[in-house]
Ligand binder design. Sequence first.
Ligand SMILES: Cc1ncc(C[n+]2csc(CCOP(=O)(O)OP(=O)(O)O)c2C)c(N)n1
Ligand SMILES: [Mg+2]
Length: 553
Amino acid sequence: MSNRRTRANAIRALSMDAVQRANSGHPGAPMGMADIAEVLWHDHLAHNPANPHWPDRDRFVLSNGHASMLLYSLLHLTGYELPLEELKNFRQLGSKTQGHPEHGHTPGVETTTGPLGQGLANAVGMALAEKTLAARFNRDGHAVVDHRTWVFMGDGCLMEGISHEACSLAGTLGLGKLTAFWDDNGISIDGEVKGWFTDDTPARFEAYGWHVVRDIDGHDGEAVERAIGEALAESDRPSLICARTTIGFGAPNKGGKKSAHGSPLGDEEIALAREELGWEHGPFEIPNDVYAAWNATEAGERREAAWQERLDAYREAHPELAAELERRLAGALPEGWERGAGDFVRSVVEKGETIASRKASQNALEGYGPLLPELLGGSADLAGSNLTLWEGSVVVLDDPAGNYVNYGVREFAMAAMANGICLHGGFRPYVGTFLTFSDYMRNALRMAAIMKAPNLFVFTHDSIGVGEDGPTHQPIEQSATLRLIPRMSVWRPCDAVESAVAWKLAIERGDGPTSLIFSRQNLAHQTRSDEPVAAIGRAATSFARRPAAPTRS
Ligand SMILES: Cc1ncc(C[n+]2csc(CCOP(=O)(O)OP(=O)(O)O)c2C)c(N)n1
Ligand SMILES: [Mg+2]
């Protein structure tokens, strides 16, 4: 008979066995969070294992990515295309079960996590995307965008500064369909966190304007269920569920200790844990009734089918909106883009203006913005300097269906949130700050590139001319180091024409991020005939597509 504890134990067993077999990995957090995961994934998560891309699925983010075996176990047990063989190959080259969850490699992994705190910020971005898309497209009686965002995180995510940036903004934005679970186990790598992490976390989140469910026993399914119920009942504020857990729950000697965090438990301890948990099955052995109790494929297909019916009714009532929603979810450019964008570039050539390229960038937004309702812009409190606002900008706090986010002075969360917005779908985010502060965002830039997220980063105040602000504002190595990030496109246009083309190609790029670097100073217009203008794009394209040089054998 399968019950809550048995289902959770299946996660524990798979996690400790896979880590043991790989002889590396993190058994502690999966075993500690298994009971919480069971309640969420068995009873609440709206997903369809047969279609990980169903647009209206709930988003689940494992921000404490080292707990990857928790997610792999859940994906396997609920019926995603992740067979047991893949779990046996945990951390092996070519497997779908890398050490940390990798978006684009493993079905059902919404975002790549591992750099602590960033998954949480991605989740805030996803929740913002859901809210904004819903406001734009839902109509009375037609809730076609209606899903939640759930995020698991550990002490590490909360110690990271980005958690402050992202959660503070999530409170301001009132992201009521975002729920975060804090794995309050009192342990991180160096041992008991009381030596380095003594914040009053619930009070901290209350101060952000979150709804906080304090101090629940993360091993008591009924308590977790009640806490989720409270989160579901709250629609105006994001929820934090503070769940006390034991790292490595079930391991009699290593449970509750740092030794459970990031090393295999060892055969002896695993045998004792099996006894302690009452799990009588061998390594990687899951009884059929447990599989049956976990399997979510039928429920998932029913859920998606019900949504399809809602979408059909919506299409009937609002055909144009439905077509536009589908286009945006598919990430396709609008009809007429090529012509409209081409016209805009020609108009810039004709004007031949000598202006700062940041101004040329704003002009590009004026030119392309009306064609692209999927643009969701923002800046880290430098809108007037980055020139990221354009005529059609509407701030989301004023109008939930808007297209501009005041991120405040939060560069790192801004970039990571924009990654989450990209991954969610339905939007093309662009975010701006000074080039020199790209360093504050760097790991999120790297993550965008790793995930092939077509994020647009606007970096203004390039180069020597900003020296009057002093060395702190003068970017020296930033352009070069951005170019070092594999798969990051970097544009440093020399005039307004190149700026317009750079924006166009950045928008057309679907398989990775672009950094657009603009000046505060005027840049002289370069006179060109038609052929060199066309070549701006061609050169970039052929450069990007240049085959790798042959290697000598
Ligand atoms: C940005 C970043 N810094 C450091 C690490 C290395 N690291 C991985 S897990 C971890 C400790 C996290 O503690 P906690 O979230 O409490 O996890 P638990 O031990 O409870 O599983 C650290 C420092 C990382 N993955 N990301
Ligand atoms: Mg911890």
